[in-house]
Design a protein around this ligand. Sequence first.
Ligand code: FAD
Length: 287
Amino acid sequence: MPSESTQIPIHSVELFPPKTPEGMEKLKLEIASLNSLAPTFFSVTYGAGGSTREGTFDTVNWLRGQGIDTAPHLACIGSTREQVREILTQYREQGIDRLVALRGDMPSGMGAGNSGDFRYANELVSFVRAEFGDSFMIEVAAYPEYHPQSGNPARDLENFKRKVEAGADGAITQYFYNADAYFGFLESCRKEGIGIPIVPGIMPITNYTQLARFSDTCGAEIPRWIRRRLEGYGDDVESLRAFGHEIVLNLCRQLIAGGAPGLHFYTMNQSGPVRRLWTELGLPTGV
Ligand code: FAD
């Protein structure tokens, strides 16, 4: 396997499936704008328990129809082997060759008895490899600040390693704003002999309330000084966005300078903030 520094950088963008036809029309414009940046692939999220199953399929289908490399996310919790097999067969027929394989979080209202045939993402990775061989490149999730349910960082790392040993080709991280968390995590992975590319997930800062809510749920830390500055902008959206842009731009620069194998942007279905980062970072655009 080539070392990370000799690999072609993987710069990808993530979308979520819109809920309405109007939403899809708006998303198509954002996709066109993002596609002009020539990302390595677009990924499309999937609601655990199958809540966005149709929306994910439709969005993936549309992207494929445009000839765009697409990696659907697949969250296995609450699904049976048969359901997962059906989804993957369909994706293979559409020419999809990359997946983001996840456990997902049990949707509220779904009891422990409905957790389906998979308990953890490593079981999904093993299933995909056993049933579909090397038809798909498999990306998995990684957590530089550790998964909120893991309790213990060492155990979380062991669990991450299980996904790699089950056959993951690469990983995309949860977002973070402290580059040291990422570099520390990489170092721990190297000590464990984990050599797959681990691409940092980048969340642009455009809306403090939404970011604070997400971060509380997924266990990503907003450093106190950043939180205080963002809170201080109140309704001054323009200043908040300008500050957020500088923070994320500097983070990306540190990550690239430190040898990150690429960047994965959580676009929140908005092309503007990602385009600006992409351009100012001088990432390749394929033109
Ligand atoms: P796992 O790797 O299974 O880990 C979950 C927890 O269980 C961790 O605490 C881990 O330490 C522990 N664990 C893992 N394996 C074992 C084991 N064998 N024994 C004991 N403990 C174990 N969610 C969605 O619903 N849809 C999406 O599209 C989606 N996309 C995402 C994309 C990225 C890049 C990231 C980082 C997250 C995404 N998520 C998505 C969120 C993700 O589903 C949640 O963070 C979820 O809580 C964990 O999923 P996982 O695949 O990391 O789980």
